[in-house]
Design a binder for this molecule. Sequence first.
Ligand code: UDX
Length: 434
Amino acid sequence: MNITIIGTGYVGLVTGVCFAELGHAVTCLDINQEKIDALKEGECVIFEENLEGLLKNNIANGRLSFTAEYESAIPKADLVFICVQTPSGEYGKANLSYLYAAVRACAQHLNGYTVLINKSTAPVGTVTAIKELLREIAPEKNCDVASNPEFLAEGVAINDFLEPDRVIVGVDTPRAESALREAYAPLISKGYPFLVTIPQSAELMKYASNSFLAMKLSFINEIADFCELVGADVEEVAYGMGLDKRIGTRYLKASIGFGGSCFGKDVRALVHRGEEEGYEFKMVKALIAVNTVRYLVVMNKLEKHLGRLKGKTIAVLGLAYKAGTDDVRDAQSLRIIFELLDHCARVRATDPEATEQFKKDFARADEVAYFDTALEAAQGADATLILTEWDEYRQLDLVKLKSAMTGALIVDGRNILNRKTSEAAGFTYEGIGR
Ligand code: UDX
């Protein structure tokens, strides 16, 4: 099939490359000419495991191409997937301006029967709104509109696409359903679940899934804080809970709080969408409240051992919101480093992938000193903070780390170190919930 993808961010690029890998002729469209030029050369513009290899292969075999022109990418398409950003707007409302701009830009170029599929995370009712918009601006066009939410987690996005837990499509015509079945046929034939629903259900599934996972995280973080009060170990508690198949062990890792481009934005958008209907999402609001003050756990641990932080030197290991990505959107590092600077602490930061992105995204980036390795960052530090669970931090030489520092405190915000080993190396160890 001829597939056009609008938007070459994480979702759009992964989707385009993977549909090409499944055998379709894919054109990826983006209004950013610079990005398109780089992609045409096989340069992967984002850091994502295994993406560059697939990108290069599919360009070479002629199934994947890139353009900045709607007039060349849209008319030939059987399916157009919209994968543009839907950032948090005022009061948490999803900002759909990029999405509607994409619909408007492609409307006039639609040629023959086409299915326009929204893959961008957008509130329930968006498919209906797109249909109304098309009726208004391009009533003569023969197209259906569908929803096909993405469930790609950064770092494992290729795997999530090619070996999905499920593919969900929200459609309201049999013709749109069969077009999407054809697009996903290679995955359906391998037995991956393909669920067909009405558009509203598909749209809500995305928000409900992300909110549920975020709720699990805030829940275990709340349990973690209580563990510290009563002498329990959250790692043991979570494991024991997770063995109950109704609960499951995943997304029960206590931490400094969740971040990333989706969870925070999507939970806020769900609350806002509820308010539009006069509905209050009490549990979703509670999970947001827990996550919003998560940085205090770290600040309290530092102050407990160091007293006032003014003039203290803190080594921060990890800026990305999780391991395996260079993304710092909504990362806890942003909030925690902001607080450290506000307390007049000196910050020495390092990350194997995300430093450059952090410098772009953090308003006070020039007040932070950056280093290539954990050992360099730790030189003269009163405390070391681990904010991202990178493998190289799991394998730190703790004796060397300790001797590089002036102080002895290590705050393990991801519970990746062993307390006994850390203490044997001379550290005062603070984990989360243990
Ligand atoms: C998430 C969803 O998983 C994905 O389905 C959706 O499409 C986009 O949002 P992503 O943001 O890439 O994906 O990351 P994910 O791996 O889900 O982690 C989100 C945050 O939760 C990270 O900050 C991570 O560190 C944190 N987390 C995750 C924990 O603190 N503990 C866990 O057990 C799991």
